[in-house]
Design a protein around this ligand. Structure first.
Ligand code: NAD
Ligand code: 89Y
Length: 340
């Protein structure tokens, strides 16, 4: 399978490593408006075909899918370009600047019959997969309450300076993953109540958000995210999970410790991610999930089946992001049915 990459920035390097590890994939072309990024990534991954224009890259063609790793402002135009050229596309999160854009992208891909996957990788993290496996095993019974929590004081702005400038910050950038994990574990949600704060005076958007979700399954969940939390031990980029269920409880805590308590007793084990040869701490949890979602894409593309985080699926995660901002702005609960 031949692939092409658009956007050779901070995060794309992980994606290129992930592709290089997949024997069935060869990345044959890369594109970035910035010639310096183009030569850094082109040289590191030995890709000869280099373009500063996505249009020119699609015009030359010769690849089976495109991996879009640019920031959100360009996602719609690039996905629509891929669709026009009938090339299956992966698009990084956040899906689009607005829900209307995201819906238009899904519609364009569906009308043309072109696979579209959002690179929503956090549900592919080893610890999150371990939590899901416990739920699916029935060991703790039916969940009725959950919490997905990401609280950190890590400096994300040095690697991703645009995060400090956007009017929207943590829900759109990081909370989007936590909301997707909540959907992954507890199913779709129909109502959202949210509150936000900006603690860091040097950034434009909110850096703290507390969200309450009503899931169709009957679960009530809290999704709380913060980049203003100074802890004695920095947990970045760990997501903590708490679940109370009919027969027991589950806690995923610091250093990937998973505690499962049920009728048969209490079991504690570590569900740490693998440190891949090209990965580095503390990012290795995220980096491994990049490799896993890419493997999933290749398998589903080869089988002609929709990926788990397809554009269509991810509209429901993205709608939660929109609903959170609306709810915080209005001070009201927002019904997802009004958005989707
Ligand atoms: P970045 O700014 O470092 O890199 C983006 C690159 O895209 C830049 O080099 C830029 O020149 C290029 N670019 C932008 N528009 C282009 C266009 N139209 N044509 C060609 N090149 C173009 O950004 P980043 O930090 O690498 O983030 C990229 C995306 O990855 C963002 O959407 C971000 O939210 C996401 N991200 C995801 C994760 C994750 O775990 N899934 C982690 C970090 C970042
Ligand atoms: O951009 C973000 C993401 O998707 O994962 C972590 C991050 O890099 C900073 O919040």
């Amino acid at each position: 399978m031949k692939g092409a990459l658009i956007g050779c920035g901070f995060f794309a390097v992980n994606q290129m490593h992930g592709w290089r590890d997949l024997p069935e994939v060869e990345m044959v072309a890369i594109c970035d408006r910035d010639p310096e990024r183009l030569s850094i990534v082109g040289d590191e991954f030995a890709v000869d075909r280099r373009y500063q224009s996505a249009e020119a890259m699609f015009f030359d063609g010769g690849f089976d899918f495109v991996d879009i790793a640019t920031t959100v402002g360009s996602h719609r135009a690039l996905v629509e370009l891929a669709v026009r050229h009938k090339v299956p596309a992966i698009c990084q999160k956040p899906f689009a600047p607005t829900l209307e854009d995201a819906k238009a992208m899904v519609a364009a891909a569906e009308v043309a019959g072109i696979p579209l996957m959002i690179h929503e990788n956090f549900r592919w993290q080893t610890p999150i997969l371990a939590v899901k496996a416990v739920l699916d095993s029935g060991a703790i019974g039916e969940p009725f309450w959950g919490r997905v929590s990401f609280r950190s004081g890590f400096d994300v702005f040095s690697g991703q300076p645009y995060l400090a400038r956007g009017k929207r910050f943590i829900i759109e950038d990081l909370g989007i993953h936590s909301l997707d994990i909540a959907r992954f574990l507890f199913g779709d949600a129909s109502r959202m109540t949210a509150r936000t704060r900006r603690i860091n005076p040097d950034i434009a958007g909110e850096d703290v958000a507390t969200m309450l979700l009503d899931h169709d399954s009957g679960v009530t969940s809290i999704v709380d995210v913060s980049y203003a939390t100074k802890l004695p031990e920095e947990p970045f980029p760990e997501t903590f999970v708490e679940i109370d269920a009919s027969r027991g409880t589950l806690r995923l805590g610091k250093d990937y410790r998973l505690t499962v308590h049920g009728p048969d007793g209490t079991r504690e084990n570590r569900v740490a991610p693998t440190l891949l040869p090209w990965a580095s701490r503390p990012w290795h949890n995220i980096q491994e999930s990049v490799a896993l979602i890419q493997k999933h894409w290749v398998e589903r593309l080869a089988a002609g089946r929709e990926p788990d985080t397809s554009g269509r699926d991810n509209l429901k995660t993205f709608a939660l992001v929109e609903a959170a901002y609306l709810s915080a702005e209005r001070g009201e609960t927002v019904d997802l049915g009004d958005l989707l």
